[in-house]
Design a binder for this molecule. Structure first.
Ligand code: 4NP
Length: 154
């Protein structure tokens, strides 16, 4: 059975598509399924934001085939690990969890590099290009940590 990992943000067009693409680039697709979604319905069916596509491309990662989806309750059963980008994603999906086992699947992605701090990956949607590079760098570090922990359990 493949290990399934879900990356969650608000719109599923800026941060979580990058997190999905970055983690996919570090893990064997024969062993892992990595997907992303948003807590909102705003962008269902859309491609990632042009600026996320460009920053990924600059780092040799292709995210152009991704299409935005909305988080759903059954994702708690489908996925083994759920990583959220910020506090508001955390509370939004925590409210949909039906028991502590589901709640405990939700992790702040930046806790991978700043343990227990519950820090937000800043939403770059309303900012400039620089914001996307910063987001890429923090997600890359967090995904390095996730990938090495998972590989250690293979
Ligand atoms: P994301 O960024 O959650 O990183 O995909 C956003 C994208 C769109 C909106 C908000 C955040 N929006 O309000 O449309």
């Amino acid at each position: 059975m493949k290990t399934k990992i879900l990356m969650v943000c608000l719109g599923n067009i800026c941060r979580s598509p990058l997190a999905e693409g970055i983690l996919k680039s570090k893990l064997d697709s024969k062993k892992y399924i990595i997907e992303s979604c948003g807590t909102s319905s705003f962008h269902i069916g859309s491609k990632p934001d042009k600026r996320s596509i460009e920053i990924a491309q600059k780092h040799n990662i292709d995210i152009t085939q991704q299409r935005a989806a909305q988080f759903k309750q059954s994702d708690f059963t489908t996925y083994d690990y759920i990583y959220v980008m910020d506090n508001s994603n955390y509370s939004n999906i925590k409210n949909l969890a039906k028991d502590t086992q589901e709640k405990e699947k939700i992790k702040y992605i930046l806790n991978e590099i700043y343990p227990n701090k519950n820090l937000d990956v800043p939403d770059p949607y309303y900012g400039g290009e620089q914001g996307f590079e910063e987001v890429f760098q923090m997600l890359n570090k967090a995904c390095d940590s996730i990938a090495s922990k998972l590989k250690a359990t293979e």
